[in-house]
Design a protein around this ligand. Structure first.
Ligand SMILES: Nc1ncnc2c1ncn2[C@@H]1O[C@H](COP(=O)(O)OP(=O)(O)O)[C@@H](O)[C@H]1O
Ligand SMILES: [Mg+2]
Length: 231
C-alpha cells in the first residue's frame, strides 16, 4: 500500500530525543518531569497516567512518547498506549502497523496480548490506537476500558496514555476518571492562558488528579540556563 504524503511527513517529524540522545539537556528535562511526577504522587500509587492538553498540536504525543522512554530507561516496565482514537500518531512515531490496537481490544475482537508490541527498549511496550472507531468517547468510557486498564496494571509498573485535546472532545475527561494522574501539556506561544485554565477546569470537574503541567517548546535562548544549572 502506498503511503500518503501526510504519513511520510509525519514519519520524518518523529524522532525521540530521549532515545537518540539520552544525555542531551532536553532529555535531562524529561527526567526532571519524571522526578516531579514521582514527587507529585509520593503517597499515592501512580501506575497509570494520561497526558493531555487544551488544544491540538501542543505536544501531547511527543511529550507522552519521550516520557514513556524516560520511565523505561529507569528500569520501569512501561506500557504506552495511544488513546487518541481520533488522530492517533503513536504508530508513526514507533513505525508500527496500526491495523490492530486499543480499539480492537475495546470492541472485544482481540486480547491485550494480541495487540501489544515490543519497542527497541526492553522495558517499553506499545499499543497503537487500532482502527479509528465511530464512537471513541463511548469506547474509552466503557467497562471494557476499565477492565483493559486493570489487566495492563498487572503487567506493567506504569501505563501511559496519549489522548485527544480536552477542549475539543470529552475523551480526556472520561479517561482521567480511571487514570491515577493527569499531566497537562501547554505549548509556549501557542496555548492561550484562557484555554489552559479551561482545560484545568474541565479536568477538575471530573475530579481528575492533576499532577502538573509541562511547558513545551520553550525557545532555546530562554532555556540556556538548563545547560548550566540543570533545571
Ligand atoms: N518542543 C517541540 N519542538 C519541536 N517540535 C515540536 C515540539 N513539540 C511538538 N512538536 C511538533 O509539533 C507537532 C505536534 O506535536 P504533537 O506531539 O503531535 O502534538 P499533539 O499530540 O498535542 O497534537 C509534531 O510535528 C511535533 O513533532
Ligand atoms: Mg497527538
Amino acid at each position: 500500500m502506498r503511503r500518503s504524503k501526510k504519513n511520510l511527513s509525519n514519519n520524518k517529524a518523529r524522532t525521540l530525543i530521549t532515545k537518540m540522545n539520552p544525555r542531551s539537556p532536553i532529555s535531562e528535562q524529561y527526567r526532571t518531569i519524571r522526578t516531579n511526577l514521582q514527587f507529585a504522587s509520593v503517597d499515592k500509587d501512580l501506575s497509570s497516567m494520561m497526558v493531555t492538553s487544551a488544544g491540538p498540536s501542543e505536544g501531547k504525543s511527543l511529550t507522552t512518547a519521550n516520557l514513556a522512554v524516560t520511565f523505561a530507561q529507569q528500569e520501569k516496565k512501561v506500557l504506552l498506549i495511544d488513546a487518541d482514537l481520533r488522530k492517533p500518531t503513536l504508530h508513526y512515531t514507533f513505525r508500527l502497523d496500526n491495523s490492530l490496537g486499543l480499539s480492537s481490544v475495546l470492541i472485544g475482537d482481540q486480547s491485550i496480548e494480541q495487540v501489544v508490541r515490543k519497542s527497541d527498549l526492553d522495558n517499553l511496550h506499545l499499543i497503537p490506537s487500532g482502527p479509528i472507531p465511530p464512537n471513541p468517547s463511548e469506547l474509552l468510557g466503557s467497562k471494557a476500558m476499565e477492565k483493559f486498564l486493570a489487566t495492563a496494571k498487572n503487567f506493567y509498573d506504569m501505563v501511559i496514555f496519549d489522548t485527544p485535546p480536552v477542549l475539543a472532545v470529552t475523551d480526556g475527561q472520561i479517561l482521567s476518571r480511571i487514570c491515577d494522574g493527569v499531566l497537562l501539556v501547554t505549548r509556549s506561544k501557542q496555548t492561550e492562558v484562557e484555554a489552559g485554565n479551561k482545560a484545568v477546569d474541565l479536568l477538575k470537574q471530573v475530579d481528575a488528579n492533576l499532577l502538573g503541567a509541562v511547558l513545551n517548546d520553550v525557545e532555546a535562548k530562554h532555556s540556556n540556563y538548563y545547560y548550566y544549572y540543570g533545571s
